[in-house]
Design a protein around this ligand. Structure first.
Ligand code: ADP
Ligand code: MG
Length: 364
């Protein structure tokens, strides 16, 4: 349904030019939910604005149902865009907001009223039509913005950080509701977010973006299981990502030899060791480490281990159960489970080994 081919967008004058989108190829099939995931500033909103017709690309083409959109103005593209900050009209009530797109299309009063009722039911706000927008909670405003975007039945619905401003509990509930809703309606969706949880819960396919380029595209499971690069792995929250030399089923790393699955790519590579694959045992066995900081994470404990006698080695993160997490300061022996080790295809992607992955983990 949607195809972007070689789309490039640059901002600024020649001297201080910034490429927000760099030759992006992306397609979305009918009924598919695609979620673009990337840190703040990676070009996500720009991508949606180009598809919506609010910004002309400096290069490349946008096709909708096979038709080139270069001469087509925004209101003729038949796409809906829900902005990052909702942009509801404060002076209109809920019904007035939801009916906005229908009005623009010249729908009559009765048709509008019926559609508003239907949509407010759909987003879980039955009877909210006469309420003032300013009196709604953040979650309710989000639903109104969604109803407004859905009202004209766009062939493609685009969502910019759809749940970004909500607190975690509501976000996790809404994302499941949204996925169900889009499935029932058969809506084709292109969403963008910096929040990996949101992307993975919502999408049929996740597209990871970095600096205006696509770093990886795949099903949530594929991307989660096999991040393409160190950047993607770190952006997903993995910290045990190091250079390695792979020979057979062993990788030589800063933490010593680590077993890797049969058939892994060979030679100079990047290694990801999932925290679940870091086994913490008695100090006599395996890599000698000392337990550092411990952090509780939804029912598990993330334990940072410092390799004894090796000041240069980065801390190793292990995932432990609540009861078996070792105490801080304890001497332990670490072994690795090959099933949780992934040899990434690329050796490096120019930034994957920065000491602090903070930029990738922060919210925008
Ligand atoms: P994201 O939505 O992923 O946070 P954006 O698409 O908003 O990223 O921005 C991508 C890059 O383009 C950023 O470096 C941003 O500063 C720049 N940018 C976006 N919009 C404009 C604009 N109107 N003028 C100048 N630079 C812009
Ligand atoms: Mg944005």
């Amino acid at each position: 349904m949607l195809t972007l081919s070689d789309v490039t967008v640059r901002f600024g004058s020649r001297a201080r030019q910034r490429t927000a989108l760099d030759a992006v190829d992306l397609s979305v099939a009918e009924h598919e939910i695609v979620c673009v995931l990337g840190p703040s500033g990676s070009g996500k909103s720009t991508l949606l604005r180009v598809v919506a017709g609010l910004r002309h690309p400096d290069g490349g083409r946008v096709l909708l149902d096979g038709a080139d959109q270069s001469g087509v103005p925004a209101h003729r593209r038949g796409v809906g865009l829900m902005f990052q900050d909702h942009q509801l009209f404060p002076q209109r009530d809920v019904a007035g907001n939801v009916a906005f797109g229908l009005r623009m299309r010249g729908a009559g009063r009765e048709e509008r009223a019926a559609r508003v009722t239907e949509l407010l039911d759909l987003v879980g706000l039955p009877g909210a039509g006469p309420r003032a927008v300013a009196a709604l909670s953040g979650g309710e405003q989000q639903r109104v913005a969604l109803a407004r975007a859905l009202a004209p039945s766009p062939r493609l619905l685009m969502l910019d950080e759809p749940l970004g401003q909500l607190d975690r509990g509501l976000r996790e509930r809404l994302v499941v509701e949204l996925r169900g809703l889009f499935g029932r309606l058969g809506t084709t969706v292109l969403a963008v977010t910096h929040d990996q949880g949101e992307a993975f819960a919502l999408a049929d396919r996740v597209v990871v973006m970095r600096d205006g380029r696509i770093a990886q595209s795949g099903t949530p499971l594929e991307v989660w299981q096999r991040p393409a690069t160190a950047f993607v792995a770190r952006f997903l929250g993995f910290d045990n990502v190091v250079p390695a030399t792979v020979r057979g089923t062993t990788a030589d790393t800063v933490w010593g030899p680590v077993p890797v699955p049969d058939g892994s790519p060979q030679g100079e590579r990047t290694l990801l060791i999932r925290p679940a694959g870091v086994r913490v045992g008695a100090s006599a066995q395996g890599l000698a480490c000392t337990v550092g900081a411990r952090t509780f994470r939804s029912g598990r404990v993330a334990v940072l281990l410092r390799q004894d006698g090796s000041g240069d080695a980065p801390p190793l993160e292990a995932e432990c159960g609540l009861r078996d997490a070792p105490d801080e300061g304890r001497a332990v022996g670490v072994t690795f489970d090959a099933a949780e080790v992934v040899v990434l295809d690329a050796r490096e992607d120019g930034g994957g080994f920065r000491a602090a992955p903070a930029a990738a983990k922060q919210s925008s």
